[in-house]
Design a protein around this ligand. Sequence first.
Ligand SMILES: Cc1cc2nc3c(=O)[nH]c(=O)nc-3n(C[C@H](O)[C@H](O)[C@H](O)COP(=O)(O)OP(=O)(O)OC[C@H]3O[C@@H](n4cnc5c(N)ncnc54)[C@H](O)[C@@H]3O)c2cc1C
Length: 444
Amino acid sequence: MRAVVIGSGISGLTAGLMLLRDGHQVWILEQFPTPGGVTAAVSKDGFTWELGQLVLEGLGRDEQLGYVLDELGIYDRLELKRNDRIYSFPDFVIRPPEEYAGPWWRMEKLAELFPEDRTGLEEYCRMYVRFREVVTLARLAERAGGLRGLALKARMYRKLLPLLPRAKWSAERMGAHLFSSEQLQAVFMSILADFVVRPSQFPGLGIPAVNPEPAFDARVPLQVSAVGRQPSYHSIVGGVNALVEVLVDEITSAGGKISTGTEVSRIRVEDGVVKGVTCADGAEIDADLVLASGGAKEVFLDLVGEDSLPEAYVAQIHDVPLMESIFMVHLGVDFDPEALKYARGRGIATQYGDIEDPEFVNTLPVSTARLMVIAVPRLAESLHVIRSLRAAGYTAELVATAYDSDSAKTLREHGVSRVLRPLSDAADEAAARIASDMTEAAQR
Ligand SMILES: Cc1cc2nc3c(=O)[nH]c(=O)nc-3n(C[C@H](O)[C@H](O)[C@H](O)COP(=O)(O)OP(=O)(O)OC[C@H]3O[C@@H](n4cnc5c(N)ncnc54)[C@H](O)[C@@H]3O)c2cc1C
């Protein structure tokens, strides 16, 4: 079958590769100069920005998106990473604690900040677990199918029942019911700005959906209760555009065609059957199947045309709510840019970078350095640097900081020859100074 896919966003590329894997001819037409749609990236002066998507739900191998990538045979071509989400408000910040403090640490922290809303937070937690159980059961039922699927669906409806009286509540009403503090309501609802929707227009039961606890702390287990696992949240190393690059590579290697800078102006339909597309430059491409991934109104009203569609269908398309465009600024700020300025001003060679970036280690003088001092506060980050340095061939001495004796022991086990203990070293130094001052005073 000859298939034309309009649009090279993540949906167009995925559908295109699926069709190719099923043995069809595929031609993807994209109006913009580069493929990727919202998942394309913009590069300038050595920096690359994502246009939209940063975090993906259910990308684990045994999860919804993971199944798709596995089926396409590209799962192993991506490097995934679970991240923590930090929320910064004008007068408080919610960041994962240094030591993992259990799946409800965020609720505890919020209860400390808003003690008047502790009961509401407890009610929210109960609703969160139930909502997650419902969604998990729905997912399991969909995948299981057959009798087992039906049994899972029945279990899902039983779990859903207590939530139903609030099914028609808006997020605004749910927020006001749970929390007296407007600041606390904002903690749970500020993410709605990302969806360009007001709390009064968003379903109240959707609040737990947009506030998944594992997205705030990668250490939070995915097991929601005996019912099963909730989805994980990953980012893709190199950005979502890395997925676009893999898809484009696989499509072209499998004989698919991608033409950028090619706008489709018409989907040709004759006697209710699609015949192909007409491009803005007048080119006609015949096809047995046309798959469009743009907006519903643009596709059906502009490209197909109302006269080729049933009236009731056209009425439905007119009713599709418009998602407004989002303009998002992705801004990276170093914790303390002044520190770099200070060091550079004194002629100290500095290298700016993120130690978690797999490329960062390649910017270090690994083959010539005789000593590396790792002074990051988190043990996991120190271990990550040690592993990256060793993998890059660094064999000389390592020094690292630790804030407790367990971390110091682990660092030694990983080959660190000297462990700095800033707090106890400072205390020892202070004690030695006081003792020496007292001895001097006694001798006088
Ligand atoms: C700012 C922002 C942040 C987001 N964050 C997340 C996130 O963190 N997690 C998440 O899961 N999702 C996120 N999303 C949503 C997600 O990015 C989108 O749902 C997804 O990328 C849409 O993919 P798509 O292929 O359906 O559409 P698009 O990427 O829009 O692709 C459609 C393509 O069709 C092309 N096209 C349209 N009409 C024509 C025509 N006539 N001729 C030729 N080409 C045409 C367009 O140029 C475009 O390239 C975010 C979205 C935005 C905007």
